[in-house]
Design a protein around this ligand. Structure first.
Ligand code: ADP
Ligand code: MG
Length: 240
């Protein structure tokens, strides 16, 4: 798979008179596992939805692989997003949940079967195709949500607090699984979290967001050793 870069240039977004994103600039390298860390309400989900194309464009530019995708609808962006609450179809089997996006794209039957099978295998759920989401554990549901996204073969993967619904032990385990999967696929990934330890232990580089402003971007070590302000120092420094 081709590894692509993602650039946000002067991205702004307001809801009414409330500015939620204020001149966000981010340069994400091809194949990078990039964490977006910030407290609740800092604008992380808004930024992710904007990159995916689910928020209306207001100001600024978004480049994927050097191409301007700012005006494109979500389905023309080649970006896959995993939502915090998974958003699986409860009435469909795991197999049908994963196949859904391919059916929508009118992928022919043999190719569809092959791709769904491969995606389920990638997340270790080959044996669970005929179950329904409510017959799975939280961790397994998370894997289905991942499979459903990677089966589309997106160039960019956006993960919105993908592990926050899991208990601590599973969260730590899934963190490593996620990173291993990302490395195997080589897919540029933006991983949103409010958990500083999660960001610090996984990310190639990370950005700290507060009140819609990117406070600092760098490797976890750089942010830990040389925070630019007290917010970053306090936020990155408190390991739990
Ligand atoms: P985070 O994901 O970092 O917790 P969000 O991006 O969800 O933050 O929200 C950032 C801010 O934007 C919050 O103050 C939130 O209340 C506000 N917000 C989010 N979505 C909407 C919306 N659809 N309408 C109005 N305000 C919103
Ligand atoms: Mg959020």
């Amino acid at each position: 798979m081709k590894k692509v870069s993602v650039h946000c240039r002067n991205v702004r977004l307001s809801y009414g008179r409330t500015e939620v994103l204020k001149d966000v600039n981010l340069d994400i390298e091809p194949g990078e596992f990039f964490a977006l860390l910030g407290p609740s309400g800092s604008g992380k989900s808004t930024l992710l939805r904007l990159i995916a194309g689910f928020n209306p464009h207001q100001h600024g530019q978004l480049l994927v692989d050097g191409k301007d995708v700012t005006g494109l609808p979500p389905w023309e962006r080649n970006i896959g997003m995993v939502f915090q609450n998974y958003a699986l179809w409860p009435h469909m089997t795991v197999w049908d949940n994963v196949a859904f996006g391919l059916v929508e794209r009118r992928v022919e039957k043999a190719a569809l079967r092959q791709r769904v099978g491969a995606a389920l295998e990638t997340v270790g759920l080959s044996a669970y195709g005929q179950r329904r989401p409510n017959q799975l554990s939280g961790g397994q549901q998370q894997r289905v949500a991942l499979a459903r996204t990677i089966v589309i073969e997106p160039q960019v993967l956006l993960l919105d607090e993908p592990l926050s619904n899991l208990d601590k032990t599973l969260r730590v385990q899934m963190r490593q699984e996620l990173l291993a999967l990302q490395r195997r696929l080589g897919i540029t990934t933006i991983f949103v979290t409010h958990d500083q330890e999660e960001a610090m232990t996984t990310a190639d580089r990370m950005a700290v967001l507060d009140k819609g402003v990117v406070q600092q971007v760098g490797t976890p070590a750089a942010l830990y050793d040389h925070p630019v302000n007290t917010f970053v120092a306090g936020f990155v420094g408190t390991m739990n």
